[in-house]
Write a protein that binds this ligand. Sequence first.
Ligand code: SF4
Length: 699
Amino acid sequence: VIEIGKPERSVVTTCAYCGVGCTFRAEMRGEQLVRMVPWKDGKANRGHSCVKGRFAWGYANHKDRITTPMIRDSIDEPWREVSWAEAISYSAGRLKDIRDEHGARALGGITSSRCTNEETFLVQKLVRGGFGSNNVDTCARVCHSPTGYGLKTTFGTSAGTQDFDSVEHSDVILVIGANPTDAHPVFASRMKRRLRGEDGREGAKLIVIDPRRIDLVRSPHIQAQHHLPLQPGTNVAVLTAMAHVIVTEGLVDTQFVQERCEIDAYEDWARFVADEKHSPEVLEAVTRVPAEDLRAAARLFATGGNGAIYYGLGVTEHSQGSSTVMAIANLAMATGNIGRPGVGVNPLRGQNNVQGACDMGSFPHELSGYRHISDAETRALFEADWGVTLDPEPGLRINNMLDAACDGTFRAIYIQGEDILQSDPDTKHVAAGLEAMDCVIVHDLFLNETANYAHVFLPGSTFLEKNGTFTNAERRIQPVRRVMDPANGYEDWEVTQLLANAMGLGWDYGHPKEILSEIARLTPTFAGVTWERLCDEGSLQWPVNEANPDGAPVMHVDGFVRGKGHFVVTEYVPTDEKTGPRFPLLLTTGRILSHYNVGAQTRRTANTAWHPEDLLEMHPTDAENRGLNDGDWAKLTSRKGETTLRVKVTERVAPGVVYTTFHHPETQANVVTTDYSDWATNCPEYKVTAVQVMPSNGP
Ligand code: SF4
């Protein structure tokens, strides 16, 4: 029993881990946080939480936190602690010199889905208005950028269609490429309640499309009707086979399609999927899913009542990520599963503020509210408000910035809240790009792996030390409230403001609510959002505007945002990453309940006890063929690199497939991942890497 003492005060704020966005009461004694208590009135969590939000906050006071700025002229030199004034002036001086010598497009920035909407908005404003380029990107690039592209193309807006409450009205739930039990635990509990059934109501039916036998497939009182353990990289083929069944067996909701969708595009799509070469029997050879299972799953989804689709990074992090998102949207439209509770297309966002980071204009081609930078009217609105001239050309994405750095045309970067060396694919290439730059400014809590290549380190603040807002996976904008003073003296938005002003921008924000009011002024979907309303009402789900003054829990109710829904032909194209004699296995990656992404926070908490290292899951047959037993060390090798992990022998993965997490820098799973990426957005193909696994004596 731990004696925590009586709290003296508490502050209600929002969890900074996953996209569920649970609300907590942070209980304080003096300046010490003593307990995080799930807030019963939290609309996303209703008093529930998981082990990350409740227990994994110790990193805020961890000895590894850097609280004093540091600079060095070259990455071979030791760091030198300096004052904030010197660090900011040094950073601004180097950025201006590089801009003068190489032009504005030699500079860029990366925002974080971990930071608040207001912080993200300011980083993209600094890059566009201060650096003078559109070279701004966000870590959503490497997770949900295909969601942005796919849902905008088909529905007209880059967001999930439903609120979490919607699941209570579902009759059939299709989970593809997501593992909510580990990655979105509080929402998973709600989904499981609906799957179990309660109050005399029969549970919803479940279809799981995933190479692994995730917990949902069979857990207490839940048994998926269909688990389709597809070959990694074949999502589009599975969805096309299901669409073939729906079209050829007359299961399309023709009334919905005729009233709500573009008919020409629908007919093109229907002709395409109806072709015999897209039948489950033909595509079975590609997907390795038995044809009868594909047929049965398609029939259940089309005829089982309200059908809802939930997906995660197992959909987006593929060379066909955007195609898969559009194939999902096609399936929802063809079966009339859009625009009411219980249905819809629901991306489960990995990070707390992925939705917000995308909404805030942190992509190189879009200003806030998903408006293209080439649109003169939109640009004029921002130029008048900000008093700057904007570059009409879209900027570089993260991977393009690194490519350009290797070519010598991109020279300086400001990275807020991201450890791209550990989280982005093909670690060697990331390192080469960073090393080639003249100025790398890392703004973060810890000296992370990326900071090894930095010239300036600006200490960051935790979510407990700042005010602002996060937007969760259901478009719910929620307040983040300062629980304690920042250990470094500044909230992150204040640091960005210092840098902006050192570059001559003359910003004068006194509180994030002023930034939020600027966002609302410039972003139609946020028009009715104010800090005061959020504090009074707890949250608002965008769009909040004249048409939806109180927000919109369900979107596309009477019509799609783009008008008519747009079917897209999504042809299955095999990934270029091939298995062969040297690399006969396919590696796919994911997360575990107690840890979060690269583990920078959770590894610095007691949660590490639950999962002290990354493990390599391997089917018993593959393990036996290599003489490997549970707990043995193994060398994991790909065409890109190698690492060493302990083996966990399990039937959760199929023969020929191995799986690991990427929470610990010692194993750095991304040294083996490839540089293949989504054709539309460059989201990396983390989920498919051809590898070999052989016994090893350890690292
Ligand atoms: Fe809720 Fe996600 Fe935080 Fe867990 S990590 S408490 S599910 S927001």
